[in-house]
Design a protein around this ligand. Structure first.
Ligand SMILES: Nc1ncnc2c1ncn2[C@@H]1O[C@H](COP(=O)(O)OP(=O)(O)OP(=O)(O)O)[C@@H](O)[C@H]1O
Ligand SMILES: O=P(O)(O)OC[C@H]1O[C@H](OP(=O)(O)OP(=O)(O)O)[C@H](O)[C@@H]1O
Length: 206
């Protein structure tokens, strides 16, 4: 039985396909998939979903493995095995805002797609903040007066720059991760091992 992998659609999808190709896998069925969400390759079955749903499919054991951004794992804390880092999807989480903006008098208001990461980060530093949850275009929030600062992903820094914002504090570096269902890892080890080991950068094989 081939392994079942849940893949994050969009940005990580393209980078993962390039990674697979570099490892010698035939990715033709994945490239030619059109709007299909379930694909079979010579080596595995793949399903395509949004990042947080990838974690859900893996947590429930529907998918054995998942390819997901570390930000999703930190924000939603799914009950999955975080197997290994992958050499793509590299970016960082940062606090950003308008340069020279005065410190707010009371609690700082932060706009973000990541309320849990943000709350935890500030709490660990003895600070309490008000969170405004957004789903995208987070950089707009300080410009529109919705928040004092933002917590968001920064890759090239172009989005910040083109909107006149600057990094105030680097929080953490993140990358794509390969996650696994806990039972799959125990029960299907021989089926999963070749795939997992081919994804490894330096760590020892399972
Ligand atoms: N600018 C970026 N550069 C590199 N990696 C990024 C960037 N933005 C997001 N990522 C990583 O890629 C993953 C998927 O991001 P992507 O933007 O494709 O999906 P999303 O954040 O769910 O947005 P959407 O709602 O548009 O699908 C994120 O979880 C994160 O780990
Ligand atoms: O540093 P950069 O290379 O400019 O990348 C960072 C941007 O990319 C992501 O947004 P995305 O493109 O996913 O759009 P979104 O606003 O819909 O979240 C992220 O939320 C930043 O806005």
């Amino acid at each position: 039985m081939k392994p079942m992998i849940a893949l994050t659609k969009g940005r990580l999808e393209k980078q993962f396909l390039a990674f697979l190709q570099s490892k010698g896998y035939d990715i033709t069925p994945l490239i030619d998939k059109g709007r299909k969400l379930q694909i079979e390759t010579d080596d595995f079955f793949a399903v395509f979903a949004k990042g947080v749903d990838v974690a859900t499919y893996v947590e429930h054991g529907i998918a054995d493995l998942g390819i997901v951004g570390e930000d999703i794992l930190l924000e939603f804390e799914p009950d999955v095995y975080d197997l290994l880092p992958l050499p793509f999807g590299k970016c960082r989480l940062a606090i950003a805002g308008e340069p020279g903006a005065p410190r707010p008098f009371g609690k700082q208001r932060i706009a973000t797609k990541f309320p849990n990461i943000t709350t935890k980060y500030f709490r660990e530093r003895g600070k309490s903040v008000d969170i405004v949850k957004l789903e995208g275009s987070v950089e707009l929030a300080p410009l529109m007066g919705l928040a004092d600062n933002i917590v968001d992903i920064v890759e090239t820094g172009n989005t910040l720059k083109e909107n006149g914002l600057v990094i105030k504090e680097e929080m953490l570096s993140i990358s794509a991760r390969c996650i696994a269902n806990r039972n799959s890892l125990k029960l299907k080890k021989s089926v999963l091992a070749p795939l997992i080991n081919s994804f490894r950068i330096k760590e020892a094989a399972i």
